[in-house]
Design a protein around this ligand. Structure first.
Ligand code: ATP
Ligand code: ATP
Ligand code: MG
Ligand code: MG
Lengths: 257, 257
């Protein structure tokens, strides 16, 4: 049975997509079967893997609203064996509104994943920067939540809101939901701010912060313009190394090497 | 009559709040009367001005849902004369859901601003990273949209979605809505990526990109942890200088020096 992990934080620009793409790719390069589900209407994960949104016939919108089986929209990622993506386009923004009045609106993604999950070792769900129905669907479908936190002041503010939402989902929709881990991102050791925020996050989550800290690394922001995970775009870069380290740590936590 | 400007981009972490806080403060320091409205449930603008969200009795939630007059929630910013803020807390996230079924749900903010707008020269509205009802309210209330665009690949992707939403609002809700300007943010001249993205944005918006480009500057990310705009936190910093330059440019475009 796959480990289903939602990558969520309503604060914008903290590295959710970058983590979904690069952690997914690093685990696939280690032989794990990985599916990444794009639940953000911006579709950054979809283009981060080089998939042309204009040619994608069916996407997550059709899965959530028209009950198209997830298996029918999954696309393999050309450059990385064992890695697939369930793409999203702007149409998904419509789903957020249409779901409000729909029956069992919070469990659509969970039901869509059930028939396919066993085909994978890991399923990662990239969430949009909000706590609306798309993110609630992801939290309801997942067993764990990976929370990227940028080492910046504003990023600290949103954490308690996110935890309240996780608690609400656990109490009403998904009793198994747990924090998979907290990932410090865009860490810049030269600034006091980064160091202070990292310390504060470690105090707040004493056991859940990954040892692997993602530094600011320009290769990570260049890779998406080539439609490639950083491990393929520039395997020797710090960005590639550190997501490989994170993959090892995620495997170790899952009791698997 | 105030110039009402929404600061919007659904891509997360591009500098919307940083621009609302620092452009607002820079204009107020030049003697303009400025109101900044926080329409993001994260409340980063509210805390960026040092306002304690736990003690704020009434906020934007009460204005939009309970018709409390905006004047009753406006709070002066202690360190900058002529600068006030309409605060937001996480309660505002509830408004997004409650507005869906409400009467004239898109024009609540416009009607709330009408009685107070004449007291100011500029009103800036900080938007959340989404194109939902809170952002639509801001676009319906505004005459112009200031679009911060981070000099990163993913930030380019969302621009056409944002323009489509602006067109939709102009066609159905607010015929006067125009692009106030496009602001390049977090520019790092040492990377090709920044230079390429900036060139592309200038090609896409030949006449609307501000000459002032905001560089990456650590003082800008430190200032919020002190609850101060950068012009007060570190007036000699590059971050402070560049938002002062932007204020001059905004005034020149408004035909006013
Ligand atoms: N460690 C890093 N070093 C340098 N740049 C990074 C790093 N991580 C992410 N980025 C860049 O920062 C920007 C924000 O990251 P990303 O888009 O992954 O965040 P997000 O949380 O998914 O944003 P959103 O909230 O809009 O979905 C992107 O342009 C990305 O390329
Ligand atoms: N020019 C800059 N140089 C360095 N850091 C910056 C700059 N502009 C913004 N920041 C920092 O980058 C982060 C993102 O900026 P900000 O929060 O203003 O973006 P936003 O678009 O309002 O995000 P959201 O989409 O979550 O509302 C913040 O931590 C901020 O302090
Ligand atoms: Mg993203
Ligand atoms: Mg913001």
């Amino acid at each position: 049975m796959a480990r289903i992990v939602a990558i969520a934080n309503q604060k914008g620009g903290v590295g959710k997509t970058t983590t979904a793409v690069n952690l997914g790719a690093s685990l696939a390069l280690r032989g794990k079967k990985v599916l990444v589900v794009d639940m953000d209407p911006q579709g950054n994960t979809t283009s981060g893997f080089g998939i042309n949104k204009r040619t994608a016939a069916m996407t997550m919108y059709e899965v959530l609203i028209e009950d198209v089986p997830l298996a029918e929209i999954v696309v393999p990622v050309a450059q990385v064996q064992e890695l697939s993506v369930a793409p999203a386009t702007i149409d998904l923004a419509g789903a957020e509104v249409e779901l409000v009045a729909a029956v069992s609106r919070e469990t659509r993604l969970r039901r869509a994943l059930q028939p396919v999950a066993d085909a994978y070792d890991f399923v990662f769900i990239d969430c949009p920067p909000s706590l609306g129905l798309l993110t609630v669907n992801a939290l309801t479908a997942a067993q764990g939540v990976l929370v990227p936190i940028q080492c910046e002041y504003y990023a600290l503010e949103g954490v308690s809101q996110l935890l309240r939402t996780i608690d609400m989902v656990r109490a009403n929709l998904n009793p198994d939901l747990a924090i998979e881990g907290v990932l410090l991102t865009m860490f810049d050791g030269r600034t006091n701010l980064s160091i202070q925020v990292a310390e504060e996050v470690k105090r707040f989550f004493p056991t859940q912060v990954y040892r692997t800290v993602i530094p600011r690394n320009v290769r990570l922001s260049e890779a998406p313009s080539h439609g490639l995970p950083v491990a393929i775009y520039d395997p020797k870069s710090r960005g590639s190394e550190v997501y490989a380290e994170l993959a090892e740590e995620v495997l170790a936590r899952a009791g698997d090497e």
